[in-house]
Ligand binder design. Structure first.
Ligand SMILES: [Zn+2]
Length: 356
């Protein structure tokens, strides 16, 4: 972002020097002022989203500013299509108002002066941001409004997200085709075309993420800890890794996970399958299981009764590869994060019981 700010300062500064007959460093200062105005415009756009969200009881965690776009992180999703639509359209509305005010200022201020020039540029950039953002495809604001409408129609937020995501992909393709045509008829420069195509690529990627997220969220209810928990095969501390693996290979339960117990029979650690695989086969009779294990203290426990959404939140809050599934004080099994991924995205990760 700093590089981009520097680039805009220099390019705009040079332009101001030529256009307004300014001497350096004053022209660069005007360039810097333009960067500050752009940032301010993006901030006000994001504040539009944030204020409407908070007025509807949705907390706002943070606003991230980039030079040409921003991102408002909210504590939770909108509870209804109406609120979703209001929050998403508030940003473009602010940009539209700013663009309108700047247009009036640009008309009133004398031409070929610094204030007049900046007002003109601000009018152009804010109107551009407003128009671009109301295009009806995720991840744009207009895409969120479209999702709200489809959500109200289908009564299914996740399917609406997928629909608005596909709309975003179609928009990205149409935009790409349009700029290529505009370049060929000479309206756009090569630089302009490449710049827009870069934006289109981000749009395409964001639309794909939205589709993926909508599909995955729709599958949250399928996460059932009592079904996903792999059975435990416990061995006492001090057991050689080779012997533990031999016992597991004889265990009839598919996907059983090796765990270590102390002399009282209490579970103290889980064998790390990756670390265990790294031990050369001829060394395994001399390596004890606990030396390739995660201590129970560092593992996160998930009560078996959690809903699918609660499980996903817990996995996000405590990233790891395996989790203990508990019923009261008892550990009843192990959840592997890969097994959750297989439920959420069956087409990406074919589920199969692993023997590791
Ligand atoms: Zn926005």
């Amino acid at each position: 972002m700093l590089l981009l700010a520097l680039l805009v300062t220099v390019v705009y500064g040079n332009y101001a020097a030529a256009e307004l007959a300014l001497v350096q460093p004053w022209a660069y200062l005007v360039g810097l002022g333009f960067v500050a105005c752009l940032l301010g415009s993006v901030l006000l756009h994001e504040l539009g989203h944030a204020v409407v969200a908070r007025r509807n009881g949705i907390g706002v965690r943070r606003i991230t500013l980039e030079l040409l776009s921003g991102w408002t992180e909210m504590e939770r999703d909108a509870p209804s299509p109406r609120v979703d639509a209001l929050v998403s359209l508030a940003g473009p509305l602010v940009s539209m108002l700013l663009g309108g005010v700047a247009t009036v200022a640009a008309v009133l201020l004398p031409e070929r002066t610094v204030p007049g020039e900046i007002a003109f540029q601000l009018a152009a950039s804010n109107l551009l941001v407003a128009v671009f953002n109301v295009l009806p495809g995720l991840p744009l604001d207009g895409g969120r409004a479209l999702r709200a409408a489809v959500w109200a129609l289908l009564k299914d937020r996740n399917r609406a997200t997928v629909v608005a995501g596909w709309s975003g992909r179609v928009l990205a393709l149409l935009t790409a085709a349009t700029v290529v045509v505009l370049y060929q008829v000479g309206v756009l420069t090569m630089f302009g075309m490449l710049f827009v195509l870069l934006v289109v690529m981000t749009l395409w990627h964001g639309a794909g993420q939205s589709i993926r997220l909508g599909r995955m969220t729709g599958r949250f209810p399928l996460i059932n800890l009592s079904q996903l928990a792999r059975p435990l095969l416990t061995v006492p501390a001090g057991t050689p890794l080779g012997e533990a693996q031999r016992r597991r290979s004889e265990d009839p339960r598919p996907g059983a996970v090796l765990a270590v117990t102390d002399s009282a029979g209490t579970l103290t650690a889980l064998v790390d399958p990756v670390a265990a695989e790294r031990v050369p086969v001829d060394r395994r009779p001399w390596v004890s299981v606990e030396s390739v294990s995660w201590s129970r203290d560092v593992l996160t426990s998930l009560p078996v009764g959690l809903t699918g959404e609660q499980v996903v939140r817990a996995l996000q809050a405590h990233p790891g590869a395996q989790y203990l599934v508990t019923a009261g004080e008892d550990v009843i099994g192990v959840l592997r994060v890969a097994d959750v991924a297989a439920v959420l995205e069956p087409q990406r990760v074919p589920r199969r019981p692993q023997r590791t």
